[in-house]
Design a protein around this ligand. Structure first.
Ligand SMILES: [Zn+2]
Ligand SMILES: [Zn+2]
Length: 162
């Protein structure tokens, strides 16, 4: 019997999971994402550490598609590019919101950084975002949800989009 081990995940630069078992099932690998056309990677672009994928445990088969792309590299701590690109898109939307003052837009943008990770500031960031989404008008919450929901911290997901 084999010990538990992490497979390596193949994920596109926008965060679509292509293959959570790129070592065990390399035939499922794709060079480019079939959802968005972005190139796919299996390692951190900064330090080259493999992206942890499916966790193999003897005698345990977990359902597929429960795997989510990690946010930060476990080796060097840098945010993976899908987090960066989603934050970038979210910041651009924030700047376009008409119902908010410039100061409120800044607060919104800063709060976004605090929901992709679990820190002591995550909870307050969620409260601020809820208020700002409401103030910015109908549909705002949905726009951010669409871009960010699967990529924010567990705490933030529970508070914002359970
Ligand atoms: Zn993609
Ligand atoms: Zn790294």
């Amino acid at each position: 019997m084999k010990d538990s081990w992490y497979d390596t995940a193949q994920i596109c630069l926008n965060g679509h999971v292509i293959n959570e078992k790129s070592v065990e099932l390399p035939e499922r690998n794709k060079k480019f994402c079939d959802q968005c056309g972005a190139v796919s990677v299996t390692a951190c672009q900064k330090c080259n550490a493999p992206i942890p994928g499916y966790y193999h445990e003897p005698d345990l088969i977990r359902p597929e598609a429960t795997y989510v792309a990690p946010a930060f590299c476990h080796q060097c701590g840098v945010a993976y590019s899908w987090i960066e690109s989603r934050l970038q898109a979210s910041r651009e939307i924030a700047r376009e919101l008409e119902g908010l003052t410039d100061e409120e837009k800044e607060t919104l943008i800063q709060s976004l950084d605090d929901i992709v990770k679990d820190t002591p500031k995550t909870t307050i960031a969620c409260l601020r975002l809820k208020k700002l989404f409401d103030k910015a008008g109908k549909g705002t919450d949905e726009m951010f949800r669409e871009i960010l929901r699967d990529f924010i911290s567990t705490t933030a997901r529970k508070l914002l989009w359970p």
